[in-house]
Design a protein around this ligand. Sequence first.
Ligand code: HEM
Length: 230
Amino acid sequence: MTWKQMFTSSVGKKLVMGFTGIFLILFLIVHVGLNACIWAMDNGLMFNKAAHFMGANIVPRILEIGLFAGIILHIVQGYSLELQNRKARSVKYAVDYGNSGSKWYSRSMALLGTLLLLFLIMHIAHFWVPSRITGLNEFEYNGVIYHDLFNEMKVVFTDQQWGLPIVILYVAGCISLAYHLAHGFQSAFKTIGVTNKRYHLMLSSLGYGFSIVVSLAFAMMPISFYLHWV
Ligand code: HEM
């Protein structure tokens, strides 16, 4: 397959979706693991140190550029595939099998992805922009200056006026993530060929488990701040 076919043919587009999807899954594992440090009950010190490592080190910074490129590629190819499928589906089937052929969320990947995109725009504005562009409160610990990202999360999620609506939007974003991953996880591995009939059940169970655990852990973060558990 040529580079051009990779971005223009349906098989090529599916492959790009699969590879970028797996890259984004790896990012989510790192992100949820790092963020779980908020529960260390040390007023955010471990979390701020981990976030500092990610922000100050050259390798994660290069990966961050790859991450944004991966997200954009995943979105562009996703919409392009959806358009292509809609055109192909414009001739209706004689019999509509409704939900018996596939699950609603596997037929709604573009919608779930759009909800995630809206969530991401809000999320990047809340944390990434202050962290990298507009500036955050800082503190010194053992001679090192750290961004107080933990406090920024507290400010965002416990705001008197906007805290509750923001927490609700974050939880809604995590629910969209759960359903997007419930189909996307196994689909990505199947597309790149990492499956066969024998491992099908294992891969789908792993996909469902991953979607639930990761999305639930993310959803508990804004809730924990809002309820002052951290
Ligand atoms: C719901 C709980 C979540 C919390 C509390 C949270 C928190 C954060 C924080 C504090 C940052 C800034 C990191 C830094 O600048 O060093 C960040 C960045 C980011 N988050 Fe989240 N996040 C959550 C969920 C998600 C989800 C579900 C996604 C993806 C679907 C996501 C995608 C991103 C991206 C793409 C970045 C920017 C890349 C980076 O600098 O690491 N986050 N998040």
